[in-house]
Design a protein around this ligand. Structure first.
Ligand code: ZN
Length: 165
């Protein structure tokens, strides 16, 4: 466990330094976890002054590309929350808890931010491998939860590129 937590800490540091400068001064604790049948492979628990990021032991077999995307996605969650003021956080927390629509908005916003920060190709690879192994129904559910499909990712990569040009 320790070996992997250390590896993840190193990877996450590189991503923060390169793409999420707002998080540089924040305390971010990265830990590997093992919970049988847990829905997510990576999670972020944002607290007032720090964040805890958990990476499932399942991820040991993931490629470096996928690990990088997972971290970038979790950091995006944290950054979006940090940018909200106290009042907005309370309101959003409430909406997130009770409305599926807002959970899905949050996931989608994170994937979009990840593309904006230059991890679009990595996200596309990740989505492609998921689309290969899951059924259409599972993919539809995933999309409803806010995660972008490979088609959408390609569209947004292009869109952000054009915006920069
Ligand atoms: Zn997420």
């Amino acid at each position: 466990m320790k070996k992997y937590s250390m590896k993840y800490r190193e990877i996450s540091k590189g991503i923060i330094d390169g793409s999420f400068p707002l998080l540089k001064k924040r305390l971010i604790i990265v830990r590997e976890f093992k919970i049988f049948n847990f829905e997510y492979v990576a999670v972020v628990f944002p607290f007032l002054f720090f964040a805890l990021i958990g990476i499932h032991t399942k991820c040991r077999k993931f490629s470096l590309n996928d690990i990088i995307y997972l971290f970038a996605h979790e950091f995006a969650h944290f950054e979006i929350l940090i940018k909200m003021n106290f009042f907005e956080k309370i309101v959003f927390g409430f909406k997130w808890l009770f409305f599926k629509k807002w959970k899905s908005w949050f996931e989608r916003s994170c994937d979009l931010l990840v593309i904006e920060r230059g991890y679009g190709e990595g996200l596309l690879k990740f989505a492609n491998s998921i689309e290969k192994e899951k059924s259409n129904e599972e993919l539809k559910k995933r999309n409803n939860k806010g995660y972008l499909s490979s088609k959408e990712i390609k569209y947004y990569i292009q869109k952000f590129k054009n915006r920069k040009a």
